[in-house]
Design a protein around this ligand. Structure first.
Ligand code: ADP
Length: 165
């Protein structure tokens, strides 16, 4: 039984993440999407909200589980009895960081292997950061995130009424 972890911030989940989730769920028996609870990154959405959004958009995938984690990924992998880490590779800019991470994780947990899935071309430009920037300026993010996530972004960036005018 091959169990894998797809870790990330998912702040918020985009169609790019979902593409990696769907594709890797076909490769392994059980996929755990690990939501990093790291406040140092100053996320827009709380860890609980990020988990809820991921659960909402993966209900149709029976072998996918969403779990919160903090601390070292290797420790989480051990706890979840996962041997494989899945990461998505978008561009050359992702490569250096991802290489460093996978080699470090391999040193810390030699039994752990990282598998990289290259992004589908239509999502290669997509990142949670860009999506948040567009949403912050009231732009339409329909083509980047599922509806549930779009609605959460609209609420998060709702401008309060201007009482000064
Ligand atoms: P992190 O903070 O760990 O980078 P992210 O939520 O930004 O977390 O990304 C989690 C994983 O998803 C990373 O492996 C990242 O490369 C991958 N990823 C992010 N956006 C895309 C995308 N558009 N297409 C494919 N993979 C992506």
């Amino acid at each position: 039984m091959l169990r894998a972890i797809y870790p990330g911030s998912f702040d918020p989940v985009t169609y790019g993440h979902l593409d990696i989730i769907r594709r890797s769920a076909k490769l392994v028996d059980h996929l755990i999407v690990g939501v990093l609870n790291n406040n140092a990154k100053m996320p827009l959405f709380s860890a609980k909200e990020r988990v809820k959004m991921l659960k909402d958009v993966t209900t149709a995938l029976p072998n996918v589980e969403i779990a919160l984690f903090d601390g070292l990924l290797v420790d989480f992998a051990k706890k979840m009895e996962a041997r494989v880490i899945i990461r998505g590779l978008r561009a050359i800019t992702d490569f250096e960081y991802e290489l460093q991470m996978s080699q470090t994780n391999h040193k810390l947990g030699p039994e752990l292997e990282t598998i990289f899935l290259t992004t589908s071309i239509e999502y290669s430009y997509l990142s949670s950061t860009t999506v948040k920037e567009i949403a912050a300026f009231g732009g339409d993010v329909t083509q980047f995130v599922p509806d549930e996530v779009r609605r959460k972004l609209e609420v998060a960036f709702q401008t309060p009424p201007n009482h000064l005018s």
